[in-house]
Design a protein around this ligand. Structure first.
Ligand code: BG6
Length: 490
């Protein structure tokens, strides 16, 4: 069992979770700049001004819109962890040097749309934003690290949300294409691996989340948003190939395998439907170039009437991706029976699996689930695969002597990489693995810093206090050895 030669070992991040400098050098505000800090038991909130300009806030991911006439806003007396994040904006040289020392071959990062087009509406891009990313890419290339760039990882320019209603509005497609074209032309030759969007299937996974508001309107919105993103995705694939034939474009799916809670045929069918809705719906359009046959059933079930244009379907056919990528953290149990214990973590929401352990954030620990997902997906699409997110969020302790011992993270990564090896030996064309949060960053779901993923610790706490000093954990050296031996020694 071996990893292939030239395997893309690396790490992954997103702009809003690392950059900070939220208003520096002309950057505009984004939706995620209006998100407060939370914890496992307290949801993060979006802050807003209502129609009378009175401040308010509302838990995120509830599927519920803001009150009529309200607009997202940054308010006084709130703490927004992403405003400073880990200040990658000013530390990128030091951080990339550390990634290089570990031996990274690939680094996944995202573009902050509002750094390039501050409101999303400008005719010409913000040169300082372009310069920043060029410098980062050049720095990566200096160490022969291949950038893997997500063009949009959820942080939408605020104006596009407040004035346009976000991705449910078709006009976003053209506005996004302006961003995509700028990135593909400006960074031509510096970047060859692109992901147009992060996890657009999240909007469908959210439909099954306990506590979310599920109405005809939210269903309509979720499917429409995804349709518009899929059109933009397909057009980006085509444009990327036109601009530089060396470009390769991938999907990025939140990969949560579903297991049936029992052998009751109802559970088996329901599990299949969850795979279709949550995993295959977006992946099939991206990889096969058309909506799968079960879409009709879904649209009927959710009473969706989407706004589409004939050319969208041609775009799908002409814009299929070159490789498949996904995040993997956990599996989910689907049951049609009453269950007392529901575990909710990330976008999983199901019964507790008695055969698995769970992290303190409710995320199941299931390395074999990763093998399962890899084999199922490769069998379906026959495309090269990169795991673009996988890792363990845990509380780390900085010892008095300045060391950080994280054997639990080493164990987690060991177990998951072992399953990758098995999947490869079974024929899966896995070409890369970028561990999520290779340097500690702001947690997307909770806004915490204390939910740490990194090989590198960042001295910053949940209230934004700390020196931002970077300190290596034990896992740093471990990963260095893994890369050096191309995964022979895990
Ligand atoms: C993924 C997202 O779903 O999960 C990342 O793409 C996110 O942005 C990651 O950070 C881990 O989730 P969390 O909530 O632990 O940060």
């Amino acid at each position: 069992m071996k990893f292939p030669e030239n395997f893309f070992w690396g790490g992954a991040t997103s702009a809003i979770q690392i950059e900070g400098a939220y208003l520096e050098d002309g950057k505009g505000l984004t939706t995620e700049d209006c998100k407060t800090a939370g914890s496992f038991s307290k949801r993060r909130e979006y802050t807003y001004l209502d129609k009378d300009k009175k401040p308010g806030s509302q838990p995120s991911s509830m599927g519920k819109g803001l009150p009529e006439g309200a607009t997202l806003a940054v308010l006084e007396h709130h703490f927004y962890p992403s405003h400073d994040a880990i200040d990658f904006y000013h530390h990128y040289k030091e951080d990339i040097a550390s990634f290089a020392e570990m031996g990274f071959k690939m680094f996944r990062m995202s573009i902050s749309w509002a750094r390039i087009y501050p409101t999303g509406l400008e005719e010409t891009p913000n040169q300082k934003g372009i310069d920043f990313y060029k410098d980062v890419f050049k720095e990566l290339r200096k160490y022969h690290i291949e950038p893997l760039v997500t063009i949009s990882h959820g942080d939408l320019p605020l104006v596009l949300e407040n004035q346009y209603g976000g991705w449910k509005n078709r006009e976003l497609i053209e506005l996004y294409m302006k961003l995509a074209k700028t990135c593909l032309s400006e960074f031509k030759g510096l970047v060859h691996y692109w992901l147009p969007f992060n996890e657009m299937n999240d909007y469908l996974l959210m439909l099954d989340m306990f506590g979310n508001v599920s109405t005809k309107e939210t269903h309509q919105k979720s499917f429409q948003m995804i349709h518009n993103m899929l059109v933009a995705n397909a057009r980006t694939v085509r444009l990327a190939h036109e601009i530089d034939p060396e470009n390769k474009v991938g999907s990025m799916i939140c990969g949560i395998p579903n297991y049936p809670g029992s052998c009751d045929p109802n559970d088996i069918l329901e599990t299949r439907y969850r795979w279709e809705k949550g995993i295959y719906y977006t992946g099939d359009v991206q990889c096969f170039g058309e909506y799968p046959s079960f879409s009709k059933r879904l649209w009927e079930e959710y009473e969706v009437n989407m706004e589409t244009e004939q050319s969208d379907f041609l775009d799908f056919r002409q814009g299929t991706v070159d490789f498949y990528t996904f995040s993997y953290y956990m599996t989910n149990i689907v049951t049609t029976h009453e269950t007392k214990v529901i575990v909710q973590g990330n976008f999983a929401n199901g019964a507790r699996n008695p055969y698995l352990n769970y992290s303190e954030w409710g995320w199941s620990y299931d390395p074999k689930g990763l093998r399962y997902y890899l084999e199922v997906i490769y069998d379906r699409y026959h495309l090269p695969i990169i795991i673009t997110e996988n890792g363990l969020g845990a509380v780390d302790k900085l010892e008095e002597d300045g060391t950080i011992h994280d054997p639990y993270r080493i164990q987690y990564l060991h177990d998951h990489l072992h399953e990758c090896k098995v999947a490869i030996s079974h024929g899966v064309d896995l070409i890369g693995y970028t561990m999520w949060g290779c340097i500690d960053l702001v947690s997307a779901s909770t806004g915490q810093m204390s939910k740490r993923y990194g090989f590198i610790y960042v001295d910053r706490d949940d209230e934004g206090k700390g020196t931002n000093a970077r300190i290596r954990k034990d896992s740093f050296e471990w990963y260095q050895k893994v890369i050096k031996t191309n995964g022979e020694e895990l």
